[in-house]
Design a protein around this ligand. Structure first.
Ligand SMILES: [Zn+2]
Length: 735
């Protein structure tokens, strides 16, 4: 195939693709080729600038100049160009480059830098010091390799001269130059090398690294993540040690080593601190463990563009277009989870509870772009299986456990469907609950029969999991997780009209469902990236919590821990109490609510969390405790409040949908936990909230009418009953 190519002078000449590519070595370094004469191409000499007397034989790739007499082969051409370019560099040109790259001039002292006609060149040599590539950089564009040359390791010779130093494998020349300068400026041992990009690591390079300590510092993007896997594949078990940089979640996509070194070490003049910071990002494993088939699926996957104008209201709007009345609180919760890990708050773990196909999956799915391969802010899974959190399997790429990915990374963890766990066998389920419980507290360890021992000591992540109402039957097993999980019920109960409209909407939008879903996910991604960026701008400083809200949070936590208290009864003799009733302290829950409130305030652009952030916290509290107990307690509360009288048990029975025996047992348990008080007058059983519980409920604004928040608590006076017969105080409410 012959194609026509233009010379710079706009003359056409016919030459095959392959031949032309070989000639590019000459044209890329400033040779103007003009005419094809047999096997020769003639043009202008790059060394003496004389026109039309420079000849290249495109078959043998030999060249000569009839004027200045220079001649040779490809290698000698490149060597000569390199030597000439090196002579042409001067302090002014060097400074221009350094300034544009935001690095000090001396950072470039160890490289063979050259310049010619607007382009900088950097020499790449092999282990025998042969020049194998001359990289070209024009200010404002990307670094290019000289066409047709070998891909080499930039910095290889220097690395081989210092065999005992740790090696920093970087992505691209600028990262390597920045890293080397950082190391030199604080006299830390180490050599930086790089290949042209993260997707290149040649098998023949492996020998250079055998027995060394390796640190892989690739960019914060998909290519970087995949590049790490390639390095791991090539070097695993051949090197002394290997570490990988894990950019904190919330860092922009594409963030790289030079961004960090330029900003913190050079511009802010804090090289030592920058080095410590980078060191703290290093982990013993790559950022992700992508399996081979996932990798295929990755081809062509692209991180969505971030639209800087998108905010949380846009997210609500797009979800409302997509779904019928989606739960705002559900969307808020998922967003808060992502930001909680950006701010590194106490863990926020919440179940989104709703019946099957009620939109919770669609809400959580909207957050998938935060996860690999698109981003590293979150881990997104459809469901988890028995061995997925901690796995004893040994794979080529190391530990495939989910905890291995979460360990040391501040991420959000989204599980689309947790119901699969709820319907597992009890032993499997208990195993998973125990692992989660440990993970919440930051450390878990497990040994396997095959001698593998997994240990994770740096777990800290936020977690949102979708689950059906089956989770409420989990009381016994679930005790293990205790106060670690909040629940947020975003279902609509048995609202038939709602279901009717939801079904109608899903039929209407069926055709564009996938596009709509993708649009949602992209909007969510932009919104969270924008919020994360703002978080960085404010130095990850969380809004404060004002006094009113603080009081309410304490109330809510006391309420939840009291309601989660447990009376253990004998299995057969229900009257027999096995041990003293106990309650949890509620500290974990309070911390979680405080984190949610603060992040929510930030999300809405406020710098103080106030009572207006309370509704979601209150809903989580009411949805978290046993729903039957909550309902009965609420009945007792309202009966007291509305009628200003003591309720009879009969009233509660009429008010609830439970059998008399159930009501009796629950009320008795609640009394034993000092949540209710019971006494008799004549033949009547009377129940009311205990003094302490009443004050807790009022403080937490738990049952304020219509869930509205009143700034002032209603005045509650506790007085001796005037009839004075009972030992108990009578509750009198005053407006
Ligand atoms: Zn010449």
């Amino acid at each position: 195939m012959l194609k026509k190519y233009n010379t710079i002078e706009d003359k056409d000449f016919d030459i095959s693709d392959d031949k032309f590519r070989r000639l590019k070595i000459f044209t890329m370094h400033g040779t103007v080729l003009r005419e094809l004469v047999g096997t020769q191409v003639s043009g202008d000499c790059p060394f003496c600038d004389k026109e039309k007397h420079f000849y290249v034989n495109w078959e043998k790739l030999l060249w000569d100049c009839k004027i200045c007499g220079e001649k040779g082969n490809l290698q000698s051409f490149l060597n000569k160009i390199n030597e000439r370019n090196k002579k042409q560099i001067n302090p002014r040109l060097l400074h221009a480059l350094a300034e544009e790259r935001r690095l000090p001039d001396k950072a470039f002292s160890w490289i063979e830098l050259g310049y010619n006609h607007g382009q900088y060149t950097m020499a790449v040599r092999d282990k025998d010091k042969n020049l194998i590539d001359l990289r070209i950089y024009r200010i404002g564009s990307k670094v290019m390799a000289t066409a047709g040359m070998q891909t080499g390791l930039f910095g290889l010779l220097e690395m081989l001269q210092h065999p005992k130093k740790p090696i920093y494998i970087c992505e691209g020349e600028w990262d390597a130059i920045a890293m080397q300068w950082l190391l030199d400026s604080i006299s830390k041992p180490g050599r930086a090398v790089c290949s042209p990009g993260a997707n290149t690591f040649k098998p023949e390079w492996v020998d250079f690294f055998v027995g060394h300590s390796i640190r892989v510092c690739y960019d914060n993007d998909i290519a970087g993540t995949k590049g790490e896997m390639l390095v791991l594949d090539r070097l695993a078990k051949k090197v002394k040690s290997m570490q990988f940089i894990h950019w904190p979640s919330g860092f922009p996509n594409g963030y790289d080593l030079r961004d960090c070194v330029s900003k913190y070490a050079f511009e802010r003049k804090r090289p030592k601190r920058t080095f410590r910071r980078l060191k703290s990002y290093m982990r013993d494993r790559p950022r992700t463990q992508i399996s081979a088939d996932q990798e295929d699926a990755l081809e062509g996957s692209k991180t969505p563009e971030v639209d800087p104008s998108v905010n949380i209201e846009d997210v609500f709007r797009i979800y409302e277009e997509h779904l019928h009345e989606p739960s705002r609180m559900g969307i808020e919760m998922c967003t808060i989870a992502a930001l909680a890990s950006v701010f590194d708050t106490d863990p926020v773990w919440v179940f989104l509870v709703a019946p099957p196909s009620s939109g919770k999956t669609a809400i959580i799915s909207g957050f998938r772009y935060l996860s690999q391969p698109y981003d590293t802010m979150a881990l997104f899974l459809s469901h988890i299986t028995t061995h997925s959190l901690v796995s004893g399997m040994e794979t080529r790429r190391g530990d495939p456990s989910i905890f291995a990915q979460l360990n040391g990374n501040k991420m959000a963890f989204y599980i689309k469907d947790f119901t699969t766990v709820v319907s597992m066998r009890d032993t499997d389920k208990e195993d998973i609950y125990a692992q989660l419980r440990d993970a919440y507290d930051g450390y878990t360890m497990k040994s396997f029969g095959n001698g593998v021992k997994r240990e994770y000591n740096n777990l800290k992540f936020s977690l949102v999991a979708g689950v059906t109402e089956l989770i409420y039957d989990e009381s016994v097993n679930f005790q293990a997780l205790g106060e670690r999980f909040g629940k947020l019920n975003i279902g609509r109960g048995n609202d038939v009209e709602f279901s009717r409209l939801a079904i109608a909407k899903s039929m209407l939008t069926r055709d564009g469902f996938k596009e709509m879903e993708d649009k949602c996910a992209k909007t969510v991604y932009s919104c969270i990236k924008n919020l994360a960026k703002r978080a960085e701008e404010v130095g990850f400083k969380l809004p404060k919590i004002d006094k009113d809200l603080e009081k309410a949070i304490i109330g809510i936590s006391l309420y939840v821990s009291a309601m989660r208290g447990c009376v253990s009864r004998d299995r057969y003799k229900r009257d027999l109490i096995k041990s003293a009733p106990y309650t949890e302290t509620g500290i974990r829950f309070a911390k979680m609510l405080a984190a949610i409130a603060a992040v929510r305030a930030f999300m809405y652009g406020r710098n103080v969390a106030k009572l207006e952030d309370l509704p979601i916290l209150r809903k989580i509290a009411l949805d978290t405790v046993n729903q039957r107990d909550e309902e009965l307690l609420r009945s007792v509360y309202y009966l007291n409040k509305d009628k200003h009288t003591m309720p009879f048990k009969k009233n509660i029975l009429e008010d609830s949908r439970y059998t008399p025996y159930t009501v009796k047992c629950v009320l008795e348990d609640l009394c034993m936990l000092k949540i209710l008080e019971k006494y008799r007058t004549g033949r009547k059983h009377l129940y009311r909230l205990s003094k302490q519980m009443l004050s807790v409920v009022e403080e937490a604004h738990l049952y304020d009418d219509e869930y509205t928040i009143k700034r002032k608590n209603p005045k509650v006076h506790l007085r001796r009953s005037k009839t004075g017969k009972g030992r108990h105080s009578k509750l009198i409410l005053k407006k």
